[in-house]
Write a protein that binds this ligand. Structure first.
Ligand code: BGC
Length: 661
């Protein structure tokens, strides 16, 4: 829009709501409309007319990207998804989701990176930069404290300020500073009693004043209850179109809730966004289609976690193997709801085909074994076939691979998981197969942590793929055969059972969700309260062995240190290691978690190669959110720096004394 062009009040009010589902108003050609689409792991089919769809890919879910711990891979996924948007005339992708995985029952966990805000913030910044540098805007969601789906429109998240800043808004703060996202979406849930969309403390206070966000805030779809209150809180665009909008806004003006100053603030932000989009359109350049598939593949491989590998069963050495399970031909490549990406069937190859393409001489018996059609929840819907053919072949062969998991109707938006165990029929199936064979690999496709205690000790190897997108089977075949070395690490703890989790399995008060566990979320809870887990945060195996040496901690200046060490791949296979650095505040003046992730890096090492890893620690690595000063604060005292393989396995530790400024 030209700078001096004036808008009437009617036009301004129109701009504050979407024109339909996913487009902003153009005001009769005065401004260029902005096209939005879900995200974040692929363009949501149905938003683009089928006949006009070009190159729509399904990338791994964000939880898989979280398990990759790989900044470069995620930057590339951002670029790839931007390329799909360019081909389909979309300006802003509605993602990434950076809510914290507070409980493994949250139905949308597969849409989120981690239980740790630092990891989520670092990785999401790469996604946003990759996407925006190709000229497509992003929309960080859902601000804030949207950590369950149960009754999400009405159940208030009751969170104290310190927890809010350290756990639930920290990732937003980081992405705003590092990657300047075009937009942010507010959440459905009330926060401390007031709907997020209309919450002045949340939007005007925390997001704009404290986190210094100057871009456009969209509402979640249908999250606005009163448009005037939302504008007052500094929400810019109500989504989708609502017939109530104009009335509510006019009524709000009449009652003095808002005036033209509030309206202009939002209008100016929308006009700025529109200018930004117009400029970006001119410099957009998509990656080619094959590159995008390769990015989807690399991301799926990078996020695949090898959880168990007894006696080096994997990679496959056997010449005669059995593959069991319907999911191996029609895998769970994505979760359900607005992040569901429907792609053409031909894009998904079966696991058998993928293994065969790598090793044509391998003899493979395949049996579907069960059907998950019509399976909508955990206790029903799986039909296990009676015929024993598949099972007897499994006993004959040198290695059996059984693929199990959740479907997109079990892990989906708008409802929580009813359990963190696999469907009872599948658990039984694993135990039955395990009883007869001593070489069983179980592959799990799911969107969040799974309680595997009923069967894990009975099987020899476990691979966790997550909902890994269209390249899931090729990535899995590459990992199983050793063509690719697994390098994923869990970005969320796998507890032994739901009851062990920070909030247990109960809903408690249905109207208010009290975040009583405070900052003790995810590993912060398990480590501090000494709760044993099935697999800790940061855990994952490799076919390589890495040796760490030359640990060194140097004070650079007050509250700043340089930590360095060498990592060497002492095996004969190329691989990647995720180096993790945690900090523990020994002399805590306030209650703090026993350790917190402060730095990490994924490094690729050829067989025999050695690299030096250096981390620069600054005040952020020692700080907590002090509610008296209303800011991040470092207490003077002793801290321990821990370099670790995962949050429970230390390699180097050193105590330092951090001085006050
Ligand atoms: C979801 C958002 C999504 C929007 C648009 C809502 O139900 O919570 O994440 O972007 O729908 O489809």
């Amino acid at each position: 829009m030209k700078k001096n062009q004036k808008l009437t009040i009617k036009e301004k009010l129109k701009l504050l709501v979407l024109n339909g589902q996913f487009t902003t108003y153009d005001l009769d050609g005065k401004i260029s409309p902005i096209e939005l689409s879900d995200g974040p792991n692929g363009i949501r089919k149905g938003l683009v007319e089928e006949s006009e769809q070009v190159n729509i890919h399904c990338y791994p879910a964000l939880s898989v990207l979280g398990n990759s711990w790989d900044r470069e891979v995620i930057y590339n996924v951002g670029e790839a998804i931007a390329s799909d948007c360019i081909d389909n005339n979309i300006d802003i992708i509605l993602g990434p989701g950076i809510n914290i995985k507070r409980t493994p029952v949250c139905g949308r966990n597969f849409e989120y990176f981690s239980e740790d805000a630092y990891l989520a913030g670092e990785l999401a910044s790469e996604y946003v930069s990759g996407c925006q540098n190709r000229g497509i805007g992003t929309c960080l969601k859902h601000f804030a404290a949207n950590n369950r789906e149960y009754d999400r429109l009405f159940r208030t998240s009751e969170v104290d300020l310190r927890t809010f800043r350290e756990i639930y808004t920290k990732a937003f703060e980081m992405v705003i500073q590092k990657a300047d996202p075009y937009s942010i979406m507010c959440s459905y849930n009330p926060v401390n009693g007031i709907n997020a969309s209309e919450n002045e403390w949340l939007l005007r206070g925390i997001l704009r004043r404290e986190l210094q966000y100057e871009g456009v805030v969209f509402s979640d779809w249908g999250a606005v209850h009163n448009h005037a209150l939302a504008v007052k809180a500094s929400l810019d665009i109500r989504c989708p179109y609502s017939t109530n909008s104009e009335l509510e806004l006019k009524d709000g003006i009449k009652k003095g809730i808002i005036n033209e100053v509030y309206i202009d603030e939002s209008v100016n932000r929308i006009l700025e966004l529109s200018d930004k989009v117009e400029k970006a359109r001119k410099k957009r350049s998509p990656l080619d289609d094959t590159d995008r598939y390769n990015i989807a593949l690399r991301a799926a491989e990078s996020g695949c976690v090898l959880l168990k590998n007894e006696n080096g069963l994997l990679p496959i050495k056997a010449k005669k193997i059995t593959v069991l399970g319907e999911l191996s031909e029609s895998p769970s490549y994505a979760g359900g709801g607005s992040a569901e990406v429907v792609i053409e069937k031909k894009r998904i190859k079966s696991l058998v085909q993928c293994i065969q393409e790598i090793n044509p001489e391998t003899e493979i018996y395949y049996e579907k074994l069960y059907s998950r059609e019509n399976c909508t929840h955990r206790t029903a819907g799986v039909r296990v076939f009676n015929e024993p053919k598949g099972l007897s072949l499994a006993y004959d062969s040198e290695l059996t691979i059984l693929i199990v998991g959740d479907t997109f109707s079990e892990e989906t938006e708008s409802m929580d998981r009813t359990s963190i165990k696999l469907n009872a029929h599948l658990e039984k199936l694993i135990c039955n197969v395990a009883q007869k064979t001593k070489k069983l690999v179980v592959v799990v496709e799911a969107g969040s942590a799974i309680d595997m205690t009923a069967w894990i000790d009975k099987v020899q190897a476990v691979v966790y793929t997550g909902f890994a997108g269209e390249a899931i089977n090729e990535a899995l075949a590459n990992i199983l055969t050793g063509k690719t070395n697994p390098s994923g690490r869990l970005s969320e703890t796998f507890p032994r059972c739901l009851e062990d989790t920070p909030i247990g399995g109960k809903l408690e008060n249905p109207y208010a969700d009290r975040y009583k566990e405070g900052v003790f979320v995810g590993y912060r809870h398990y480590v501090t309260n000494n709760v044993p887990v099935l697999f800790p945060f940061g855990y994952g195996l490799s076919y390589s062995t890495f040796k760490y040496s030359n640990f060194n901690v140097k004070e650079i200046k007050k509250q700043e240190y340089c930590v360095s060490f060498d990592v060497e791949n002492i095996s004969n296979i190329d691989g990647a290691e995720v180096c993790q650095l945690y900090v523990d505040n020994i002399d805590m003046k306030v209650e703090r978690p026993r350790r917190e992730l402060r730095r990490f890096d994924k490094i690729y090492l050829k067989s025999g190669e050695k690299k030096k890893v250096s981390f620069h620690l600054d005040k952020d690595c020692f700080a907590y959110f002090n509610i008296c000063y209303n800011t991040w604060h470092v207490d003077e005292g002793r801290y321990e720096i821990i370099v670790a393989k995962n949050v429970n396995t230390d390699i180097f530790m050193k105590k330092i004394y951090v001085k006050q400024f």
